[in-house]
Design a protein around this ligand. Sequence first.
Ligand SMILES: Cc1ncc(COP(=O)(O)O)c(C=O)c1O
Length: 415
Amino acid sequence: MMSGWDSEKMIGLAERYGTPLYVYDLAIVREKIRKIREHIHPAVCLFYSLKANPNTTLVRKIYETGTNLEICSLYELKVAQMAGCSPKHMLYLGPGKSRQEIRQIIDCGIRYVVAESMQELEVINQVAEETGKSVQVGVRINPAVAVKGARLQMGGAARQFGIDEQQFDEMAALIRRLPRIRLTGIHTYHGTRILSAQVIAENIAYILQFADRVIERHRLTLDYVGVGGGMGVAYFDGESDLDIARLGHLSQRSIEAFAAKHKGTSILMESGRYIVAEAGMYLAKVLYTKVSQDVHFAITNGGTHHHMAAGGMGNAFRKNFPVRAFVPERQQVHRYHVSGPLCTPNDLIAKHVSLPQLQPGDIIGIARSGAYGLTASPVLFLSHALPREVLLDGGHELIVRERDEYMVPAVRLVM
Ligand SMILES: Cc1ncc(COP(=O)(O)O)c(C=O)c1O
């Protein structure tokens, strides 16, 4: 998967488009989607989670592969619409949807609308009343059991997400009293960054068994059951990539059994990171090098304002993303702290990383940066420009986001 990132190509891209720069390779994205389709049971409908990377062109290219879109905000909805996505292929989630958001969701006829609390169900019912429409809703369930191997857990404890599994009967009774809504889906998302096929397969089996039970108990006719996903990629030393073939094998039986028994019910699965993470490289240029108290620093023009995840966000202990130096062969190697231009000691995109001796003008790359890069970073901190994003599509290099010097167009100077 890493073979496309050779030094000459990366230096060429950095020269042509400037740094800092995000580069995405569509061949890798397509390959990851192909792998999911090859190994996961064909009854499963795949959704790409825009939160991982909402770049409009990238989203369009993913949608063109026949992948549906999972969205969580009105801006993501706009991106999905710009990407040409039909509302039939949209799944809309989020624990804090505003009334205005719900109105737009209803108006545009999104097929898979998932509510996350009882009060939200009541608001959906009220808004539906105002529009004179009836709405089919799914509910997100907060499973009673926590997932073992997720780096980020989303269920199985007190959560702002979904309705507790134990409250299902109460929720079903509420929906029966709300004339404008009908329960047509069940959704879960146990957690993310899961590298164990076994754990994901267990989550899938768990929710399918749960859905089977409540379908019978409440005589439901469900359009869909969302089994989550959480498929991870390895970032750090000691981690191994998820074995997707094994996941396909381990989840085959539960999916097959559910699909055979509930023929009209689609099984939805979401993935952001697994589809795009490996397809992205963040390139930055070394501006200065120096030694401070025996530590070698490479100060670059890229930093945590563009790539917070590489700065350790979300991890209890700081670990390095895979870092590459796109430089000619050099004799000496040092252990570097790679920092950015921000005035905070936390602006380190790698720490104690062994790299060939660096000099000003060298290009370094943070690999596996296609997911939760720009989208999960404090881009306004210190008010540096947003970087360009370039998408490699076969022999084409497409600028899919311009460098943006003026990031706050909504700000006003009030005298
Ligand atoms: C409900 C939901 N769906 C999908 C995703 C995407 O997760 P990932 O990018 O790890 O596949 C997330 C991530 O937080 C999520 O909360």
